[in-house]
Design a protein. Structure first.
Length: 364
């Protein structure tokens, strides 16, 4: 007998099961979560994170990495975006890689290298994004991740001794083009990998540990505690820029504002504001597990091309269960409470504070 309890892979697997069971206990016994859908979404969140983690850490290697698609209309993690595609590849600290691909229909392309031991402690090593990235007339790019990068932007992206992954972000204003022209990217290491040996227990144990740390990081901030008292709902935080040490997979190119909504069948939350000049902005509704609602079938997310402005350039958004007859309706998809999240990409100035008011609403 090989003594399974003493093997690195067996011990790591036992610990992984413990992490999953611990997260289940966390969301099942959180007092603020009382509704059937909130428990069901907890299981959905856990399984989506597990599926992503398997692709990123078990079936992938920094010696010979490949890009993994992180989200889709049915697989959602980490505050996903209906207008964006995200791709992950693991990195060896300090090693060089080449990323080649095409822009497709994206209006924004970024390469962000992250370092840190766990997602909760991730920090940004470097970030390069369009228009700083050179793209040729055919929409092709060639980006080098290098330890001796002469600049922090452009087609050379810095890495260091803490780097462990790179994420490619692609934003789109046109959802049809996002589907028909997503663009592509592939990554190759500067040092060709040696012939793959037989998979060892130690190597599998290391991969399972990486998956465990990934899950621990995201499970640590989810579910977001829902406020226990009504006054904490239906208001928005002042917009601010994400910092390099925010944690998890943030980007410094975005500014954001967020808050909790709670509406009854006969109410609507009206959010009013004015967006500064920026490349893109949007509003999404999330559940407590940082997952968007079903935007494939419901208008529960709007971007800057989909919002109808007033004559003075400001806007008003209506969050309610049923269509109020307003062009800027955001559907709760039946959720009586949840999370509202705004993004402003490459904003020239900080957006002004958003105003909110709860109004009577009699659906037609």
């Amino acid at each position: 007998m090989l003594g399974l309890k003493r093997r690195a892979d067996a011990k790591a697997f036992d610990d992984l099961i413990g992490v999953l069971k611990g997260y289940e206990r966390k969301f099942r016994w959180r007092r603020m979560l009382t509704r059937d859908n909130e428990f069901a979404e907890g299981y959905s969140s856990m399984l989506d994170l597990l599926a992503v983690g398997l692709d990123c850490y078990i079936q992938n290697s920094p010696d010979e990495p490949r890009f993994v698609s992180l989200i889709s209309p049915t697989r959602k993690i980490g505050g996903d975006n209906a207008d964006a595609l995200y791709y992950f590849a693991p990195l060896n600290p300090g090693k060089g890689y080449r990323i080649r691909g095409t822009m497709g229909g994206a209006i924004y392309l970024a390469f962000t290298v992250y370092g840190g031991e766990t997602p909760k402690k991730f920090h940004i090593v470097s970030n390069a994004s369009t228009p700083g990235i050179r793209v040729d007339a055919d929409g092709r790019f060639d980006v080098h991740i290098a330890a001796d990068a002469p600049e922090r932007n452009g087609n050379v992206v810095a890495t260091d001794a803490t780097a462990n992954c790179v994420i490619v972000r692609r934003y789109y204003l046109d959802k049809a083009r996002m589907k028909s022209e997503p663009g592509e990217q592939e990554i190759t290491p500067d040092e060709p990998p040696a012939a793959s040996p037989l998979l060892s227990g130690d190597e599998m144990g290391k991969r399972i540990r990486n998956l465990e740390q990934f899950l621990r990081g995201w499970f640590g901030i989810s579910p977001i505690p829902l406020p226990p008292i009504p006054p904490a709902y239906n208001r928005m935080t002042p917009p601010r820029q994400a910092s390099a040490d925010t944690g998890h997979w943030s980007t410094p190119d975005n500014m954001h504002s967020f808050g909790f909504f709670r509406v009854k069948d006969n109410e609507a939350l009206v959010i009013e504001g004015r967006s500064p000049e920026c490349l893109y902005w949007s509003v999404h509704l999330w559940n407590p597990y940082l997952q968007t609602y079903d935007y494939a079938h419901h208008p529960c997310a709007l971007n800057s091309t989909e919002v109808e402005l007033k004559d003075d350039g400001s806007w008003a958004l209506w969050v309610s269960h049923r269509d109020p007859g307003h062009p800027n309706w955001i559907s709760t998809t039946g959720h009586p409470r949840g999370f509202v999240y705004f993004r402003w990409l490459k904003s020239q100035t900080t957006p002004g504070k958003l105003k909110t008011r709860l109004v009577p609403h009699q659906p037609g």
